[in-house]
Unconditional design. Structure first.
Ligand code: GLN
Length: 484
């Protein structure tokens, strides 16, 4: 079989277990594909030696019948926001150029303990701030469906690596949509778990009350297998949940019958691309045909999500990014006086979007404005959360579009930050509420992938994955692959 790159993580995991392929073969294939597709700029750093060594150890374990998990020997990629021992970690920022973390974050630690092969670190919008991948200090990632277009962001490289068959699964982070939106724009699945489900330890912080790590894959089962390994309590993350981790693959075959799926009126309003709307409506129809009951619902505070998100995420970012002062990490400007050193380092090291967020965040937290902006945004965040609490008393899941538009051209939305921010209207509220959300391929509009977003109640990942698996069985969209 020569078409391994077209296959899902689940298929590859089964083939490894059945002895039909070795991890070394898969890893070498991925490494040569990464090189052949370097124009996509999906990877910022490839750890070929580390990956080959991990593959070899995995093959030895498999030969002894001692595989560590279904991920043993599977080549994966990590967003370059996740720190990896001795392997460059940049957050796609010049300020971290040359930084070699002294230890592994929780994610590589767990993946390695499960036997996974980590191929390298993927591109992103600098410090995960953006929706296009264009705000990387190391050049944009290209969408494999149309290389003149963005793949979405901020987890641009992880999404593209999976979509283009450069690896079999990948981790991204989602603070306001950064897993779901690029999954939607590149035709794959992406899951943002419930806040606190996956450890944030060793993942560079953007907005700590919103950030969550999650997987990309080509099927619901691909997501389940990865989530199984990364979910669970971690004493190194004080917000980490100690709720037991269920078997995420257990109920994938259960189908949709009996599930009530809410369709919020606020998510189907002007501004949506008509092609996207058509695909999403057809997707809802599939859910209904498969036995779900569609229930019209209202999430009345949706309209405030964008404003609340940009007050809170900038406030948290301004505080989290204060540590990049030129003394402890990465680049240092040539200045002797301390305040000048800070200022010059940050001016040289941070890109425009990151600077904009720090300035906005510092403003909303400043004396005299704190109550008017930050305090108020926290109150409205509670109302947004209550909208979902109320909705989930009535329905099991909620279905919405993931993004109002398909992938846009690389140079679009550059000069107008507001239009970039608006690309996330359907994903932000989910992070504010802390609930899990999943995007899955639902079809194409003018040749470009469109995602359908499913939202679940807190810790509702099993139901989300079950619904996505049923949708996948009833449609062909997740099997589409971009042109080579
Ligand atoms: N696009 C959103 C932002 O720019 C979300 C980013 C993210 O989820 N990391 O903040």
């Amino acid at each position: 079989m020569s078409n391994w790159h077209q296959r899902s993580l689940t298929e590859v995991s089964q083939a490894l277990a059945a002895g039909q392929v070795t991890s070394t073969t898969l890893t070498e294939m991925c490494l040569s594909r990464i090189e052949a597709h370097s124009k996509l700029n999906a990877f910022l750093h490839v750890d070929a030696a580390g990956a080959k060594a991990a593959a070899q150890s995995s093959d030895q374990r498999r030969a002894k019948g001692a595989a560590l998990s279904p991920l043993d020997g599977v080549p994966l990629a990590l967003k370059d926001l996740i720190i990896t021992e001795g392997v460059p970690t940049t957050a796609a920022s010049k300020i971290l150029a040359g930084y070699l973390p002294p230890y592994d974050g929780a994610m590589p630690r767990r993946l390695k303990a499960a036997g996974a092969v980590i191929l390298g670190k993927t591109n992103l919008d600098e410090f995960a701030m953006g929706s296009s991948g264009v705000y990387s200090a190391f050049g944009p990632t290209l969408n494999p469906w149309d290389q003149a277009r963005v793949p979405g962001g901020s987890s641009s490289g992880s999404a593209v690596a999976v979509a283009a068959g450069l690896c079999f699964g990948a981790l991204g982070t989602d603070t306001g949509g950064s897993i779901r939106q690029p999954a939607s724009l590149t035709g794959i699945l992406g899951l943002k778990p419930t806040y606190s489900r996956v450890s944030r330890a060793g993942t560079i912080a953007f907005a700590s009350s919103l950030d969550q790590v999650g997987p990309f894959g080509r099927s619901a089962s691909d997501l389940a297998i990865q989530l199984q390994v990364i979910a669970g309590h971690d004493p190194e993350d004080s917000t980490s949940s100690s709720a037991p981790v269920p078997d995420y693959s257990a109920n994938l075959g259960r189908g949709l019958s009996g599930l009530k799926v809410g369709v919020p009126s606020e998510y189907f309003v002007a501004g949506m691309d008509p092609g996207v709307e058509q695909v999403v409506q057809a997707g809802l129809e599939v859910l209904r045909e498969q036995g779900a009951t569609l229930v019209p619902i209202s999430l009345p505070h949706t309209q405030y999500a964008l404003s609340v998100y940009y007050v809170l995420c900038t406030a948290e970012a301004s505080s989290n990014l204060a540590r990049y002062d030129g003394l402890r990490y990465g680049v240092r400007a040539q200045e002797k006086e301390l305040r000048r050193l800070y200022a010059a380092t940050r001016h040289q090291g941070f890109g425009h979007e990151v600077q904009r967020r720090i300035v906005l965040g510092t403003f909303v937290l400043s004396a005299g404005y704190y109550d008017a902006y930050y305090g108020r945004a926290q109150k409205v965040r509670s109302l947004i959360r209550q909208d979902f609490e109320r909705a989930f008393q009535e329905v099991d899941l909620i279905a919405t579009p993931t993004s109002p538009v398909t992938a846009w051209k690389l140079d679009e939305r550059q000069t107008d930050p507001l239009s970039m921010y608006l690309a996330d209207v359907y994903t932000l509220a989910v992070n504010l509420a802390g609930i899990p959300g999943l995007s899955m391929p639902a079809g194409f509009a003018a040749g470009l992938p469109v995602g359908l977003q499913l939202l679940g109640p807190w810790f509702g990942e099993p139901e989300l994955l079950r619904a996505a698996a049923a949708f996948e069985r009833a449609t062909v969209h997740a099997q589409a692959r971009p042109p080579e």
